[in-house]
Design a protein around this ligand. Structure first.
Ligand code: PLP
Length: 342
């Protein structure tokens, strides 16, 4: 893939090999310094815990260019902290913050020609990954670990960009148990989602929204994005649950909604019985950014939000515009969320 001939405006969200990736290894109780490598293949023991017992976790971040050509990350330390939380839950060694940031920065810098130029709606997606390696057989934590970071230039996660999507409210499959691993970015959560998402796509939906596993009454989140709603009383509501992955985008959206747009922001349980009071809905995450949800299907009924689900609503539109402007510093980043890669 030659960066000189990439059509930045039509990129999809798919893997493409870039020249460099970062590898650091943990053994005998410590991390090495890590280094950039060119080979995109990794070699691990056939008995590695990552491939038998799902002892692995990951992160998703992105780098974008500002108008004046600076390469910007969005709140990278928050991803570093979350990877540590995931590691703790899965009994893996934490990647120290300085090693995490070095891995991310070095990989982005080494592949800087692949950071899409300003103004194409594309970005350089960054995938940090932590996996258990070394010889093992029984269910126990691995003797060795690999932390790696690779990057891929991508277009929007939902291919139509800022257009309303249609979600299926999943009434059979659960995403995560109340005290399971739904709150960490562990691969097992995503293998479990493949089947429900395939079925939902066959039924004409883009994705699914999961309900709480205990009562099937309250909204949780979509497969790889948190959700929020604008209600008839003008409040901004986002589900509260221990099983949700704490999205950094969501936290940012909540702050923007409250501080820049003076909305009454509530993180609380929100049930199916409130569907009729929703005026606008959105999905949020690094990949989805802020994507309007136009329709939700529940059993055999379709609920439509703003403009019969055909157009993004005014509030979600202004949140989207403001957040994406902050991310590339088109407006002043008063929150200090963007970090330049130098
Ligand atoms: C990664 C992810 C999100 C989004 O989190 P961000 O920090 O905003 O990228 C939301 N839900 C799930 C299940 C995720 O895996």
């Amino acid at each position: 893939m030659d960066p000189k001939i990439i059509d930045w405006g039509t990129l999809d969200f798919s893997y493409k090999k870039t020249p460099y990736r970062f590898h650091a290894r943990w053994k005998d109780g410590q991390w090495d310094h890590g280094k950039l490598v060119e080979d995109n293949m990794i070699s691990i023991e056939e008995s590695a815990t990552a491939i038998h017992y799902g002892q692995q976790c990951f992160e998703g971040m992105k780098a974008q260019q500002s108008k004046d050509g600076k390469i910007l990350l969005f709140r990278p330390e928050e991803n570093g902290k979350r990877l540590q939380e995931s590691a703790n839950r899965l009994m893996m060694p934490e990647v120290p913050m300085d090693l995490f940031l070095k891995g991310v920065m070095d990989t982005v810098k080494a592949n800087s020609e692949y950071v899409p130029p300003y103004g194409h709606g594309a970005s350089l997606y960054i995938r940090p990954l932590l996996i258990g390696t070394g010889h093992n057989l029984g269910v126990k934590t691995a003797p060795e670990f690999l932390f790696l970071v690779f990057v891929v230039p991508v277009g929007p996660y939902f291919k139509d960009g800022f257009k309303p999507i249609k979600l299926k409210i999943e009434t059979y499959f659960d995403r995560a148990a109340p005290h399971g691993i739904g709150n960490v970015k562990a691969g097992g959560n995503y293998s479990a989602s493949l089947l429900p998402v395939m079925k939902a796509k066959e039924e004409g939906f883009n994705e699914v929204v999961y309900l709480d596993a205990k009562e099937h009454k309250y909204f949780e989140e979509a497969g790889a994005a948190n959700i929020f709603f604008l209600m008839k009383d003008n409040s901004f509501v986002t589900p509260k649950s221990e099983a949700i992955l704490r999205s950094i985008t969501r936290r940012s959206v909540m702050e923007v909604a409250e501080k820049d747009f003076q909305l009454n922001v509530q993180e609380r349980k929100i049930g199916l019985d409130e569907l009729d009071n929703i005026t606008e809905a959105g999905a949020c995450g690094t990949a989805a950014v802020v994507t309007p949800i136009g329709q939700m299907g529940y059993n055999n009924k379709i609920y439509k939000f703003y403009a019969d689900g055909n157009e993004p609503g005014p509030t979600i539109t202004k949140i989207y515009k403001h957040l994406t402007a902050i991310q590339v510093r088109d407006v002043e980043d008063t929150y200090g969320w963007t970090v330049e890669v130098k």
